[in-house]
Design a protein around this ligand. Structure first.
Ligand code: FMN
Length: 184
């Protein structure tokens, strides 16, 4: 196995779906923020915003809204203990302008998200990328959540990263066949 610590963090990463309640440290939180801000953006536009939420009440409200939206779908099943962020104590909500306003903003948001993920992995923290919170932002309470998270005017939810001390482990996902070619 490659001994390079960055390669090792990339290879060790898993989507962790269970967390301890203890919070990450302020230093760890700051390292995640700086990792996000170090991400490249097309034309250096930096058209992103990172709402680093450690407010459990707000996280629970967002999660409940997602749960309610899932339950509206026929045959939907969600457990009593459902948490869209798997009870992680820190969730970074990444917002950016709509794609028809800033083309490439979604890609920039995704790149920053992966920076946060790999930084968290490097710090030994569990993490998972989340698209499902979108349901809460698309709900009747979406504008309220955007405001409480401080999204700039015209910015919308793109993706989130949940971070904390993982309470579960996960097997490595295997890449499918025919996913790359080497052309010499
Ligand atoms: C853009 C994106 C959104 C995702 N959203 C969710 C989500 O809302 N909930 C979830 O449980 N997993 C989510 N995942 C995690 C994927 O399910 C996971 O990456 C995939 O199953 C591979 O597993 P691994 O990350 O452990 O390798 C998301 C991943 C990506 C890249």
């Amino acid at each position: 196995m490659n001994q390079n610590p960055v390669i090792q963090a990339i290879q060790a990463r898993r989507s962790i779906r269970g967390y301890e309640s203890r919070q990450i440290s302020p230093e760890e939180r700051q390292a995640l923020i700086e990792a996000a801000l170090a991400a490249p953006t097309g034309g250096n536009r930096q058209a992103w915003f990172f709402a680093v939420c450690q407010n459990k009440a707000l996280l629970d409200e967002i999660s409940l809204e997602v749960k309610n939206s899932i339950l509206k779908k026929p045959s939907a099943k969600v457990g009593e203990d459902y948490s869209v962020h798997f009870h992680a104590p820190t969730v970074v909500f990444i917002a950016a302008p709509a794609e028809d306003k800033v083309r490439g903003a979604l890609l920039d948001a995704g790149i920053a998200a992966e920076n946060i993920v790999i930084a968290a992995q490097g710090l030994g923290l569990g993490n998972i990328l989340l698209g499902m919170p979108r349901e809460a932002f698309n709900s009747a309470r979406g504008a309220e959540f955007e405001k409480r998270l401080g999204f700039p005017e015209g910015y919308e939810f793109k993706v989130a990263v949940a971070v904390g001390y993982g309470s579960v482990t996960k097997e490595k996902t295997q890449a499918g066949p025919n996913k790359y070619a080497v052309i010499e």
